[in-house]
Design a protein around this ligand. Structure first.
Ligand code: ADP
Length: 176
């Protein structure tokens, strides 16, 4: 499912983000950029050791911010590593931090002149963010960004399974 906002298409798909051919894919990393389970592990496995080498040189990334490496062996030329919040009941600034993770990834892509970007469902795995709330924030942040910025032509939300896709689709229908 997709919809256009200003000059940007926002699209929801199911799939494996490591297969994406957008200019950049976003990694739901941890603040040490140390690699790990979930989508982070999948991206490093598919992209090869060049990505981790660059991550070590960068050293780390605070929650809500974003850094970029090349894409190694991936089809995407770049990986934007962002760090979503660990959900601790919703009182620890989680919403603002999750929104910042999306926003800073988009700003970085824009600054580098990229035209397309794919996001996983940041914080929706081991970081435990309630999926409906995370989906709403993710989509709202991307739509606001598209309304205020040109340059990025395509934002894809690549959802790993049907269940998460269904939640994103439900939240998308509410705001478009
Ligand atoms: P976090 O630590 O931010 O919660 P996770 O990697 O645990 O990150 O999970 C984030 C989301 O990414 C989850 O919905 C998970 O199902 C999904 N995911 C895991 N592997 C992939 C993949 N290869 N492509 C896209 N999404 C993935």
């Amino acid at each position: 499912m997709k919809s256009t906002f200003n000059q940007t298409i926002i699209e929801l798909v199911t799939g494996d983000i490591t297969e994406e051919e957008t200019d950049a894919i976003v990694n739901a990393a941890n603040s040490r950029l140390a690699g790990g389970a979930g989508v982070d592990g999948a991206i490093h496995r598919a992209g090869g050791p060049a990505i981790m080498k660059e991550c070590r040189q960068i050293g780390g990334c605070p929650t809500g911010e974003a850094v970029m490496t090349t894409g190694g062996n991936l089809k995407a030329r770049y990986v934007i590593h962002t760090v979503g919040p660990i959900y601790r009941g919703g009182t620890q600034n989680e919403a603002r931090l999750l929104s910042s993770a999306y926003q800073n990834s988009l700003k970085l892509a824009c600054r580098k002149g990229l035209q397309s970007i794919s996001f996983p469902a940041i914080s929706c795995g081991v970081y435990g963010y309630p999926i409906h709330e995370a989906a709403h924030l993710a989509l709202k942040t991307c739509i606001e960004f598209a309304r205020e910025n040109t340059g990025i032509q395509l934002i894809r939300h690549v959802l790993f399974d049907q269940r998460i896709y269904a939640v994103f689709a439900q939240e998308f229908k509410k705001i478009i």
